[in-house]
Design a protein around this ligand. Structure first.
Ligand code: MLT
Length: 264
């Protein structure tokens, strides 16, 4: 098991395979374990790095309030620890929010970008209020509240019960304090809509064709705003498209990565 030190805490990460580096950033409220299938599928040709953001999985919480900037700094600290100058950054949903920050902070470290089931827009005022109410509920009753409230929106109604149980397990393994901190961090995230036009690395926008949280039409509009971006949808998948249809997700990602391998 691999850890790095960040501001006095331990951050857990996965490091598998050899080749140009891929940095996977997980969704809320999951952990690096949501990328297990991708890590196993891609490690034949790529070095797969996947981080547990602070307060998730096996990583300690931050001593300061969480923020998407801080999550991006932790991801950059992983690239430093792994001695990776440039990686393809793959962020799903909250991982995408952190990927926008990371690219803005250190564009030279991002050789290619995959924005999956995510959005560049910030929370609305009502959305922020709802985040705070959820954060309080999680602090009081634990992460089971998140599993109960979010699961119907994370996968389609057709998702196999075993997949739902696996996702529920990942959610409830997280610390309530870490999840609450991330909810408040997401509520304060920046609006990256205006800087989509400045993304100058190869970009893939990937979305489950049944994603109701970040719908395909919004993802398509985001792809259109990024110069030269490729847009693809994952058949029969909801928001957690990599988990619901890993075969098609991995095929789309691998084809994009293969096309840009020389940059990584
Ligand atoms: C996620 O999947 O990371 C969340 O749906 C993001 C969010 O709540 O905005």
């Amino acid at each position: 098991m691999a850890f790095l030190q960040f501001e006095g805490g331990r951050i857990h990460y996965v490091d598998k395979g050899e080749g140009p580096a891929l940095l996977f950033l997980h969704a809320f409220p999951l952990s690096s374990a949501m990328w297990n299938k991708q890590a196993n599928d891609l490690k034949d040709a790529w070095r797969v790095l996947a981080i547990d953001f602070p307060g998730f999985g096996k990583s300690d919480r931050l001593a300061r309030p969480a923020s998407m900037e801080a999550f991006a700094q932790v991801a950059l600290a992983l690239l430093d620890a792994a001695k990776v100058e440039r990686a393809a950054v793959i962020g799903l949903s909250m991982g995408g929010y952190a990927a926008f920050e990371l690219r803005a902070m250190a564009p030279g470290r991002v050789g290619a970008l995959a924005l999956c089931d995510t959005r560049a827009t910030p929370d609305t005022p009502d959305g922020r209020k709802a985040r705070e109410a959820t954060a309080r509920a999680v602090e009081e009753d634990g992460c089971a509240v998140l599993a109960e409230r979010m699961l119907p929106n994370l996968v389609t109604p057709n998702a196999p019960p075993a997949l739902k149980r696996d996702i529920e397990k990942l959610i409830t393994e997280n610390s309530p304090e870490g999840a609450a901190a991330a909810l408040r961090a997401m509520a304060l995230r920046k609006d990256f809509t205006g800087s989509l036009k400045d993304i100058d690395c190869p970009t893939l926008v990937l979305v489950g064709d049944h994603d109701t949280l970040t719908p395909p039409s919004d993802s398509q509009a985001m792809a259109q705003a990024i110069p030269g971006a490729r847009f693809e949808s994952v058949h029969g998948a909801g928001h957690l498209s990599n988990l619901e249809n890993p075969k098609d997700y991995d095929a789309a990602l691998r084809s994009f990565l293969d096309a840009h391998r020389a940059r990584l």
